[in-house]
Write a protein that binds this ligand. Structure first.
Ligand SMILES: Cc1ncc(COP(=O)(O)O)c(C=O)c1O
Length: 378
């Protein structure tokens, strides 16, 4: 159990921020690194080009790789989950009539891209629903068939907190020759990821939630067997071999930088984002994802016990330890989240679920306040 890390964050005592799935607060020291990068931008001649263009993004990539259990060569730097998913869609070619599986109510960045691919190829979207007591894993396993070309799913459903048993889904998908594309935005850094057991084709995570980082900086794993053949979305100069030598950039190169670097977003060195992103990833790795997950598992259990007398129960039989989607009673006031925010208790509502996502800064005081205020409102 990791003790409260509240002192590392800029969280006033009276604020109960239980909304990491919406946006992870950046630790103070990471924000200081970000502020320094803005100060540097005021004096470009003081910036060390080797560090800013090459070394810092490489450190970000290597730290991110550790969260996936991958090597730096397998990671592309991306601005958004939608970018990594677009990379996957560009490089997968489902047959006409084959199926692309998505979960019911899945986050739109992981749906629209498949609708567009289906339109282009004649494949069909199959939306997998689950019944109340069914897990997403069982629902997905029942849907995977010879027709499945792509399984595009998260590790954790963003509204109900349901976990997908990815090793089992991956095995079933591979048995049918289907590709596995993952959106890890609501799990990477907070839930261990077993790359060897899961073997995704593509797996992306936006960096501003459980990775605590700046907006518009994320990570995408690309399986080695796609790295040589797949096409990037952009043809940025820095992704080509020899781009370190600024004097020779117009000796145009057909070869790319090694591994997944060819898929990096344009301007991936992102000087005003990467230093803060590095500080966040270092912090997460220092705590350790196993310990983060175990600690948040205890916190969410405490929340379940505190709100159970109000009739709020987890919406899924197999939830991720860090994540709560609680089914709200039918007579819940429409402005519940607003009223909680007025008391400085921050959560989200997604559909008829109250989403409560604590992090290492939350403690008993936050949980007691949440339960007390919910009791008054409900
Ligand atoms: C599951 C999931 N994926 C992705 C995102 C963000 O997507 P993008 O980075 O494409 O804006 C969110 C944001 O809430 C999310 O919950």
């Amino acid at each position: 159990m990791i003790p409260s890390q509240r002192a590392l964050f800029d969280l006033p005592r009276e604020v109960a921020y239980l909304n990491a799935a919406y946006m992870g607060p950046m630790p103070r020291h990471a924000a200081a690194a970000g502020a320094q990068s803005y100060a540097d931008k005021q004096q470009p001649w003081t910036v060390n080009a080797q560090e800013a263009f090459a070394d810092a993004p490489e450190r970000y990539r290597a730290l991110g790789a550790r969260l996936f259990g991958a090597t730096a060569d397998d990671i592309a730097i991306v601005p958004a989950a939608s970018y990594g998913l677009a990379l996957a869609a560009r490089n997968l070619e489902p047959d006409a009539g084959s199926e692309i599986l998505v979960l019911d109510g899945q986050f739109p960045s992981n749906v629209y891209v498949w609708q567009a691919l289906a339109e282009r190829t004649g494949a069909k979207i199959r939306t997998v629903s689950r019944s109340d007591n069914e897990s997403w894993t069982d629902a997905l396993l029942a849907a995977i068939s010879l027709k499945t070309a792509i399984v595009a799913c998260p590790h954790v459903h963003w509204s109900d907190g349901g976990r997908v048993d990815l090793p089992r889904v991956s095995e079933a998908a591979r048995r049918q020759g289907a590709a596995l594309v993952l959106d890890l935005t609501q799990s990477l850094g907070a839930l261990p990821f077993d790359l060897e057991a899961i073997q995704p084709d593509f797996a992306v995570a936006a960096g501003y939630k459980w990775l605590l980082g700046p907006y518009s900086l994320g990570l995408c794993y690309i399986a080695p067997h796609h790295q040589e053949s797949a096409e990037p979305l952009e043809e940025n100069w820095i992704n080509r071999q020899g781009s370190e030598d600024f004097a020779r950039l117009v000796d145009y190169q057909s070869a790319y930088q090694p591994g997944a670097r060819r898929f990096d977003m344009g301007e991936r060195s992102a000087f005003q984002l990467v230093p803060a992103g590095i500080a966040c990833l270092e912090q997460i790795l220092d705590w350790g994802v196993d310990a983060i997950s175990a600690t948040l598992g205890v916190r969410t259990q405490e929340i379940i016990e505190a709100v159970a007398p109000l009739g709020l129960v987890p919406a899924t039989p197999d939830r991720a330890p860090h994540y709560l989607g609680l089914t709200l009673p039918p007579d819940t006031p429409g402005d519940l989240v607003k009223r909680l925010a007025a008391e400085q208790v921050y959560v989200s509502q997604r559909g008829d679920r109250l989403r409560i996502t604590p992090y290492l800064y939350n403690d008993e005081t936050d949980i007691t306040r949440l339960a007390e205020i919910l009791k008054v409102i409900l």
